[in-house]
Design a protein around this ligand. Structure first.
Ligand SMILES: *[C@@H]1O[C@H](CO)[C@@H](O)[C@H](O)[C@H]1NC(C)=O
Ligand SMILES: *[C@@H]1O[C@H](CO)[C@@H](O)[C@H](O)[C@H]1NC(C)=O
Ligand SMILES: *[C@@H]1O[C@H](CO)[C@@H](O)[C@H](O)[C@H]1NC(C)=O
Ligand SMILES: *[C@@H]1O[C@H](CO)[C@@H](O)[C@H](O)[C@H]1NC(C)=O
Length: 433
């Protein structure tokens, strides 16, 4: 190796150390593809300050899911307000995966949570009461502006108010309430630049559901990123989520129709006119091994009036099925693993084993597409390997839930393609860890 190169590499290494960055985290996003990190990844500033044990992290994720499901159900049934989640513990309920976005001129980098079940984007802004320490400093951006009450977008936000001519609004997200100004600035995603992007500039936040550096909504409703980038991305994106077993790896979020997989299976996306941000799909049946499970009719049925049906969500960790569907699937799964084995539970998981097992695959049978999940998407193992659980659960019964949620653990290492113009969702196996 040439001496100059050695010096250069040593310099790079020292530079990374001094910045406190893990070198793998500092790679640049290119064209329209962003790296996706798990919140617990070494690249994430939001990882727990002390490492959690396996049991602790599973229980933490289950607790977050509980809050998430309450939020999703409230969206699905279109209630006016969300009941705050009572919990003895402090749970940060923000979504699981983050991407890097740059806002303003000159650009300020924020690690925003990716949420396919939410339309809006919001960012904590200077002066925010109740936000974390990293905020967007709007005064430093030459392209920033607050929108007036007369702006057309002001009619699309919940509970708009008009203070001194500026459009402000309040909303609830999980257990949090947010007060924000409706603002506009340039946002850069990988190398794409979106001028005049409309988002909520958070002035006040309560509770702990608000993602610390903001939220990037990829829902399909009217103020979403998709709606605002029609020409650029044509309401098309895909992601591959890295497994949380491999925390040092990143997945990808690919925006726009270019570079999307050609060989991919599709199922139609269904639209619930009353809950326009959610991505509903038609889950017809579930197979355990080769046997189609006998699920009571109605448990999987789409019903826009009640909000019932199945959605695909990036923010929930473990798939939830309404109780009759889950019980039926679990019973067949247990029989296939072996009726003579002792079943234990862990938190919300009721099908755990303390001996090594041979598990059947589970196939989600959508209209037009069967997706067979390998063991990595179905089982979680304790670090010591002494406990194995089926990583699915019944929808919480305190929520009056009618919603089945295909969650991110079951999506990991697959490319999930949201093709809104053609009203279809694609799924293909892809190893992104
Ligand atoms: C939000 O709006 C209020 C009222 O118009 C204003 O006082 C405040 O400075 C705004 N915040 C930001 C960050 O622009
Ligand atoms: C929105 O929240 C702010 C701050 O919490 C509060 O002062 C205001 O009254 C709220 N507005 C509405 C319409 O609820
Ligand atoms: C449990 O049942 C399986 C077959 O169903 C058998 O192979 C295995 O030996 C049994 N194990 C015990 C501990 O009885
Ligand atoms: C899904 O699998 C079932 C067999 O369990 C089969 O009858 C059906 O045709 C498959 N669907 C598709 C779209 O391949």
């Amino acid at each position: 190796m040439k001496p100059q190169l050695v010096f250069f590499l040593a310099f790079l290494f020292l530079f990374s150390l001094s910045e406190g960055l893990n070198p793998i985290c500092d790679t640049q996003d290119h064209s329209s593809t962003l790296q996706v990190f798990h919140v617990f990844s070494p690249c994430s500033p939001f990882k727990p300050s002390k490492p959690l044990s396996w049991e602790e992290s599973v229980l933490e994720m289950l607790a977050k899911d509980q809050a998430r499901l309450q939020f999703l159900s409230s969206l699905a049934v279109a209630r006016k307000s969300v009941v705050p989640i009572a919990s003895g513990r402090q749970i940060t309920q923000s979504p699981t995966y983050i991407v890097r976005a740059k806002i303003g001129t000159p650009a300020q980098t924020l690690l925003m949570a990716m949420d396919t079940s939410n339309d809006a984007a919001w960012v904590p802004c200077t002066g925010c009461v109740g936000c974390s320490s990293t905020v967007f400093n709007s005064a430093q951006s030459t392209t920033f502006k607050n929108l007036g009450c007369q702006a057309a977008q002001c009619k699309q936000v919940p509970n708009p108010t008009c203070g001194g001519g500026a459009c402000a609004f309040n909303l609830t997200y999980g257990s949090s309430t947010i007060a924000a100004n409706l603002s506009q600035d340039t946002i850069s995603l990988a190398t794409d630049i979106v001028p005049g992007y409309t988002f909520g500039c958070i002035q006040k936040a309560t509770g702990n559901s608000v993602p610390p550096q903001g939220l990037l909504g990829l829902g399909r409703g009217s103020l979403s990123l998709l709606a605002q980038t029609q020409n650029l991305y044509q309401s098309t994106f895909s992601y591959c989520l890295p497994s949380f077993k491999a925390l040092s790896f990143s997945g990808s979020l690919r925006l726009g129709p270019i570079g999307q997989p050609k060989r991919i299976k599709y199922t139609p996306l269904l639209k619930n006119p009353r809950r326009s941000s959610l991505y509903y799909v038609n889950l017809l049946a579930i197979r355990v091994g080769r046997r189609v499970v006998d699920i009571p009719p109605g448990a999987l049925q789409f019903n826009p009036t009640t909000g019932a049906g199945t959605i695909i969500d990036s923010g929930t960790v473990f798939t939830r099925l309404v109780a009759p569907a889950y019980t039926a699937v679990r019973d067949v799964f247990r029989r296939r693993v072996g009726s003579n084995l002792t079943v234990t539970s862990l938190g919300g998981f009721d099908t755990c084993y303390s001996v090594p097992i041979v598990a059947p695959t589970i196939t989600l049978m959508f209209s037009g597409m069967n997706v067979t999940l390998p063991q990595d998407n179905l089982l979680i193992h304790s670090t010591a390997g002494s406990i194995t659980c089926l990583a699915m659960a019944a929808a919480p019964d305190n929520v009056n839930s009618v919603l089945n949620v295909i969650a991110n653990m079951q999506q990991q290492n697959h490319r999930i393609l949201y093709d809104v113009p053609n009203s279809r969702l694609g799924v293909a196996r892809e190893l992104c860890t």
